[in-house]
Design a protein around this ligand. Structure first.
Ligand code: GCW
Length: 688
């Protein structure tokens, strides 16, 4: 009965509102607007995909088409294609002239499409012109990395199964492939890696390449280039070669032939992404060769077709006393040894996508080899798709971090975008949070992270706040009563996660197996030490934190002056990174006068209070949001609030055994028993 009623109410909802508010339309809602900047459009030929998209949006906004005129009049939107070197491949300009015409100039169809989506974004966020702007993207490759497996599961995916229906392809084409391409093009994303970096060699089999081709054909009009993750041992698995030694002739030939086969099917194929000699994946080191040997072999195979290799620097070894140092130690000696169609892909932080990490010191330090950042959009370590955590602020903090490698102002943004080191190859990647859930990302607010990644990849100088505001206006409403408080909520949300999970530079306190809840006590006999929380927090009766100073692992020395010394000094180290770089005594005096233990308690409590505040803010937003999305988000915030208390209690009760100090009396008392929390075992294998 209950089920019947809910089906009935859903039916009514659809009947009265016209559509279910299930989030499927993302930020592309084409909400009706009254004041439109043009009345007609003029273009050559058939106008291509740009005009098609504009007309579709126009129909949504006005219920009719934008009339085409042969001779531009006042209030005509004119699409102009012209050779214009400064605009580059993807750039465009939009100018309203004296006669009231709006001229959208670009070199090709895809750039026109970007221009159209830009205009639509402006219109949907309340701009009516006149326009006078030029947009040239910061990075030439703006790419998503899907960690999607061929069996339909997604590693660290929290929005259901994979969008790619490998079993049905190439015969059956899901309509979501095109919807996906459109959404990405709307924010300037121009490339995607379809499969997991823990790559199944089968992706390179002829059978799968035909499936890949079918997807690539759908993406092409939207300017999305397809890449694949490849398994370094593919020649042995697929064709029985004796080994995959990158210096052996047969192996090199195998890759050349494979590249030829791929490009015959997909002439604009992007290239390979490779995880090698990392977490058990095969790689050139299996044969005593270097990462450069491996990458260069693949680069050579792809070169004739202008393909590129994205070679990951995510490497660590249990033998290393400090995991955070290894990528730098392994890759710095190879600087300059890679072919020019190789780019080294480096995670933002030196450990692994934690709620907060300092930037990986390879940024800026590798000068002769192009380096690209890998960000994680999926919230592996930030509450999956249960927690509202807007990552725009995290990425802004990272991109604007000063590496000092070429003097002050050598921000991560500027050492990767070709400004400081003039590499032609520039790119940025984000591990996708997209799955087959109707709303694409599980949590409605997780759409904002996909959106923010695209916008920052297009322009890394945009602020997290501006992006959040843009996204909210398009996704919910332009009403400032809603936009102002919810932007504020979004801007605080990542810091809230840091506070209730791992404040003051703590990291990797996550439960074994999944990375959702806390298990700072976790100890599995025989387990790799660098997979256990105690390796990172090192709590003792003296204090807490990882000593990476000159007296400890000396990871600080991988940073350029003055950062190395700044991080090295316990009183000069920025407090958000204190326990990342220092094993500090419990009574260490913080800048606000509190001792470390007390400050830790206040931070955890602040995190909990912040989420409680988010709940209050959200409840006040009910009048501005459709019921469906309102309730969904409200429910997830409740989960987040409970989880925040779980994190606080688990960490404080556990660490208190070492600090032997009381939780400051003016904050809320723990409500759980440590022993009870230790018993929680989540089965996250079926989280999907
Ligand atoms: O973040 C860790 C994840 C692994 C992942 C690995 C990587 C794809 O826990 O699931 O594997 O990093 O980035 O290679």
């Amino acid at each position: 009965m209950k089920r019947l009623i809910s089906i009935y109410s859903l039916f009514c909802l659809v009947l009265f509102t016209g559509r279910a508010e299930d989030g499927s339309r993302l930020w592309l809602r084409n909400t009706p607007v009254t004041n439109l900047p043009f009345e007609s459009i003029s273009y050559r030929g058939d106008g291509g995909i740009a005009v098609q998209e504009l007309q579709q949006a126009w129909a949504g906004m006005t219920g009719s088409r934008l009339p085409r005129v042969d001779t531009p009049q006042a209030n005509t939107l004119v699409l102009k294609t012209e050779k214009n070197k400064p605009l580059g491949k993807d750039g465009f300009s939009i100018r309203t002239n004296e006669t009231g015409q709006t001229i959208l100039t670009a070199q090709n169809e895809t750039a026109h499409l970007y221009g159209i989506f830009h205009l639509l974004r402006l219109i949907q966020t309340g701009h009516t012109g006149p326009f006078n702007l030029t947009e040239i993207p910061t990075y030439s490759i703006r790419i998503l990395n899907h960690w999607d497996n061929l069996n339909g599961t997604i590693e660290r995916g929290y929005a259901g199964y994979s969008l790619w229906k490998w079993d049905e392809l190439p015969a059956t084409l899901s309509p979501r492939y095109e919807a996906y391409a459109r959404a990405n093009a709307s924010i300037g994303i121009n490339a995607t890696v379809l499969n997991n970096v823990n790559a199944n060699p089968q992706i390179l089999s002829t059978q799968y390449l035909e499936k890949v081709k079918a997807i690539a054909d759908i993406f092409r009009p939207y300017g999305i280039q397809v890449y694949l993750s490849v398994n370094f041992a593919s020649p042995t698995v697929l064709d029985g070669l004796a080994d995959a030694d990158p210096l052996r002739k047969e192996v090199r030939l195998w890759w050349k032939n494979k590249a030829k086969e791929i490009y015959t099917l997909i002439p604009d194929f992007g290239g390979f992404l490779v995880k090698a000699n990392s977490e058990g994946q095969p790689g050139p080191q299996d044969y005593g060769r270097t990462h450069a040997d491996g990458a260069n072999m693949l680069a050579e195979a792809l070169k004739p077709y202008k393909g590129i290799v994205m070679w990951r620097a995510f490497v660590y070894d249990p033998k290393e006393p400090d995991r955070a140092k290894q990528a730098y130690d392994e890759f710095m000696p190879l600087d300059g040894k890679f072919h020019d169609n190789v780019i080294v892909q480096v995670k933002n932080g030196p450990v692994d996508f934690q709620p907060r990490e300092p930037f990986t010191p390879l940024f800026g330090a590798m000068k002769k080899t192009p380096v690209m950042a890998e960000l994680q959009i999926t919230q592996e370590y930030l509450g999956f798709s249960n927690h509202l955590a807007y990552l725009g602020t995290m990425w802004e903090e990272f991109l604007q971090a000063d590496t000092w490698q070429a003097g002050e102002g050598s921000t991560v943004a500027r050492v990767t975008d070709g400004t400081i080191y003039p590499h032609k190859l520039t790119a940025i990647s984000g591990v996708a949070n997209i799955g087959e859930d109707t709303n694409w990302t599980g949590h409605h607010f997780a759409q904002a992270n996909w959106y923010a990644f695209g916008r920052l990849a297009w322009n890394h100088n945009l602020t997290a706040g501006a992006i959040a505001g843009e996204w909210l206006r398009q996704t919910f409403t332009t009403n400032p009563e809603f936009v102002t408080p919810v932007t504020e909520l979004m801007l605080q949300s990542r810091e809230a996660v840091v506070n209730y999970m791992m404040p003051l530079g703590l990291h990797h306190l996550f439960a074994w197996g999944h990375h959702y809840g806390p298990e700072p006590w976790c100890d599995i006999p025989g387990a790799r030490p660098d997979w256990l929380p105690s390796y990172y927090h090192k709590a003792s009766s003296y204090g807490i934190g990882f000593d990476r100073t000159h007296k400890g692992s000396n990871a600080v020395a991988q940073y350029h002056a003055p950062l190395s010394e700044q991080f090295n000094g316990i009183n000069t180290c920025p407090e958000p990174y204190l326990l990342w770089f220092h094993h500090a005594p419990w009574d260490h005096r913080m800048k606000n006068g509190r001792i470390l233990w007390d400050e830790l308690c206040y931070k955890y409590d602040t995190g909990v209070q912040q989420v409680r505040q988010f709940q209050k803010t959200w409840d006040r937003m009910q009048p501005y949001v459709d019921t469906e999305r309102f309730l969904h988000i409200q429910s997830r915030l409740r989960t987040q609030a409970r989880d925040a208390v779980w994190w606080k209690d688990a960490c404080l009760l556990y660490f208190q055994q070492y600090s032997k100090r009381p939780v400051p009396y003016d904050i809320e008392r723990p409500v759980h028993e440590l022993e009870e929390l230790k018993k929680i075992k989540l089965d996250m294998t079926h989280h999907n």
